[in-house]
Ligand binder design. Sequence first.
Ligand SMILES: Cc1cc2nc3c(=O)[nH]c(=O)nc-3n(C[C@H](O)[C@H](O)[C@H](O)COP(=O)(O)O)c2cc1C
Length: 314
Amino acid sequence: MGQGKGITQDMDLIIKIKNITFKNPIWVASGTFGCGEEFQDFVDLEKVGAIVTKTVTARAREGNPPPRIVETASGLLNSIGLENKGIDFFLKEQYPFLKKIKTRKVVSVSASSVKEFEKCIEKIYEKEDPDAVELNLSCPNVKHSGTKYNLLAQDAKATAKVVRAAKKKTKKLLIVKLTPNVTDIAGIAIAAEASGADAVALVNTYPGMAIDAEAMKPVLGNVVGGLSGPAIKPMALKAVRDVYKNVKIPVIGMGGIMTGIDVAEFMLAGARAVQLGTTNLVDPSSYERILGEFKAYLKRKKIKKAASLVGKLG
Ligand SMILES: Cc1cc2nc3c(=O)[nH]c(=O)nc-3n(C[C@H](O)[C@H](O)[C@H](O)COP(=O)(O)O)c2cc1C
């Protein structure tokens, strides 16, 4: 649907993941772009490589107590806690808007058990036909059952179990989103790949906290949260490179991308596509600026195919 727009006479922005073509490698990240509707006055949504929805869960979740977002040096700390109205509401009230937009659609799902993951994916494909599902195994604010770790993606076996189950429920592109809060992120990516993931997305936020010394209290209602934005970019770049060197499936990179040059850096490190997160909250119209800057970089470097950047760092 409209994916051919990525080729102009002297520039080819198209990238392929599994059997799907994306008009460009720059997507928007889960939880920072709603379902697109909130951004329609700021961004031409049909220019976006893919829209990843806010993570949806089987049942509605209230999220964490406020305050849930605080700005820190070069970053943003959030403890939203997967607030959402549940999969039924999402499919009835939120997805129909996105469905009309001529861009790739990725539905992000999370759950606290394998069964719930299965149920969510079943419901999605019973009613709709998004291009991909992104399994959010990495939200730092949700407790999971069945693993001694706080996050599913901290446990290779738990990751493998969810991915295998999800794979049985969809033939479409299955993306697994990983947490950087592990000793060896490549090991988790290898487990996801071996269990059927078509691509891995990384990174989710890094754990952190902010303290109000005057009040002698934590700033966030949840005490701890996830750090995003430029503060995490160097660590995210390293995580992308580590994973790229250890798996064959495509890597989708993110973490602090604020400019078109940042996009190029992630692709050089091994990302076939990238996602923009915090930048959307800093400036809701940043998508088109970043796309323009990325195109200008390619032109300046006389690079005709964006995909040729992937892993060029070696
Ligand atoms: C306010 C906020 C909400 C987020 N919600 C989600 C979410 O629902 N699901 C998810 O997978 N990631 C979520 N994330 C993480 C982002 O998708 C992304 O992985 C992370 O912020 C790193 O990218 P960035 O530095 O460009 O923001 C959220 C991030 C922020 C800042």
